[in-house]
Design a protein around this ligand. Structure first.
Ligand SMILES: NC(=O)c1ccc[n+]([C@@H]2O[C@H](COP(=O)([O-])OP(=O)(O)OC[C@H]3O[C@@H](n4cnc5c(N)ncnc54)[C@H](O)[C@@H]3O)[C@@H](O)[C@H]2O)c1
Ligand SMILES: [Zn+2]
Ligand SMILES: [Zn+2]
Length: 353
């Protein structure tokens, strides 16, 4: 923990004062060098909620005082991807995302005269961050920050994987491999979509138990026998929708094998290490299965995230139950160590503590 300097926002940028930020496994993956582009001198964090405190010139969408969630997948509404209506993967800030900077390559964070990199467009592990206006969603002011921040990743990713990417149908049979914070949200997404059967697959009995509260109707522990066979048996041949939320490429393969032939969909969510591959037997796909993946649950942050927050405020989505502990920023490293041991779901840094 140290003091840094944060520059004022420039053209099209806003400065956000953060109230809360969640800790995600993606940061652990990044810090472990899972991504070959890992830059040690970065301000990490991508699951935040706060208030706009300064707007740069040319900012049209925000004014000071707006309550916001930074979104690591932006929404510009004019790039090829946004206009296609087929994907949420807006490309307008690709240079910033992959460069660990603002889109023109410049940096807004400094420490003792040295520039620091940005991370995932958001950099929420700092009380103040500077973000392009395309990477910010405006939310209702009455949503509590500790819950709202989790819509910046975990909640939207999991629920969106079911609702937006896979478009789970009513009365379908679903299975979710890995019921950590992401998987739990997939479970509640499947339930919201009206799935008839929702199977939680996880070797951790405590996590399986928790899954029931989030909509799981059946439970599979891989330690009790081959998880693919167990899912096939419960569903009578395979699930209509299978989600993988572990980041383990062997589990990704099992998830695909657990889908029903002639229409089953396997949706990958977990982030594997750079260079790791999933072995796919062509016959599985020829027999009508589809292997797809999702980033940020296929959600368009500006237009869909506020509606999900409304559902939480209306009591239709569980979020508070995901929070293992609220911590001051000084305890962030201990919280990450806990997450590596699989203890807890989401730690939230409360900047007022
Ligand atoms: N695609 C995206 O947009 C996106 C967004 C956020 C996170 N993620 C990724 O999603 C993944 C899950 O995140 P999380 O925070 O829930 O992680 P987590 O580590 O808390 O949960 C993973 C779960 O998988 C279980 N697991 C381990 N081995 C298993 C097996 N053989 N079969 C079934 N389950 C098994 C673990 O017990 C654990 O409960 C991570 O890889 C994370 O990086 C992706
Ligand atoms: Zn995340
Ligand atoms: Zn776009």
């Amino acid at each position: 923990m140290d003091e840094i300097e944060v520059d004022d926002p420039r053209e099209g940028e806003v400065m956000i004062k953060l109230d809360a930020t969640g800790l995600c496994h993606t940061e652990i993956w990044y810090m472990s060098g899972g991504d070959t582009s890992t830059r040690p001198n970065s301000i990490l964090g991508h699951e935040g909620c706060g208030t706009v405190v300064k707007v740069g010139p040319g900012v049209t969408e925000f004014v000071e005082g707006d309550r916001v969630v930074p979104i690591y997948i932006p929404q510009c509404n004019h790039c090829r991807e946004c206009l296609s209506g087929e994907t949420n993967l807006c490309s307008t800030l690709d240079d910033a995302y992959f460069g660990g900077s603002m889109n023109d390559g410049s940096l807004r964070f400094h420490h003792h005269g040295q520039d620091l990199h940005h991370f995932m467009l958001t950099s929420t592990f700092s009380q103040y961050t500077v973000v392009h206006q395309e990477a910010v969603a405006k939310i209702r002011p009455d949503a509590p920050a500790d819950a709202a921040c989790l819509f910046g990743c975990a909640v939207t990713t999991g629920i969106g994987a079911a609702l937006y990417t896979s478009k789970v149908k009513v009365a379908s049979k679903c299975a979710v491999f890995g019921v950590g914070p992401i998987g739990l949200n997939v479970l509640q997404g499947c339930k919201l979509a009206g799935a008839e059967m929702v199977i939680a697959v996880d070797p951790n009995p405590a996590r399986l138990q928790r899954a029931a509260e989030f909509g799981a109707t059946h439970f599979v522990n891989p330690n009790d026998g081959d998880s693919v066979q167990q899912v096939k048996q419960l569903t009578g041949g395979g699930a209509d929708y299978v989600f993988e939320a572990t980041g383990n490429t062997k589990v990704m393969r099992q998830a695909l094998e657990s889908t029903i032939y002639g229409g089953g969909v396997c949706c990958l969510i977990g982030v594997a290490k750079t260079g790791e591959t999933v072995e796919v037997t062509p016959r599985l796909l020829i027999a009508g299965r589809r292997l797809i993946g999702t980033a940020f649950g296929g959600a368009r942050g500006k237009s869909q995230l506020p509606g999900l927050i409304d559902m939480y405020m209306d009591g239709k989505i569980k979020v508070d139950e995901l929070i293992t502990g609220k911590i001051p920023l000084t305890q962030i490293n201990e919280a990450f160590e806990d997450m590596k041991r699989d203890s807890g779901y989401r730690y939230v840094v409360d900047y007022s503590l």
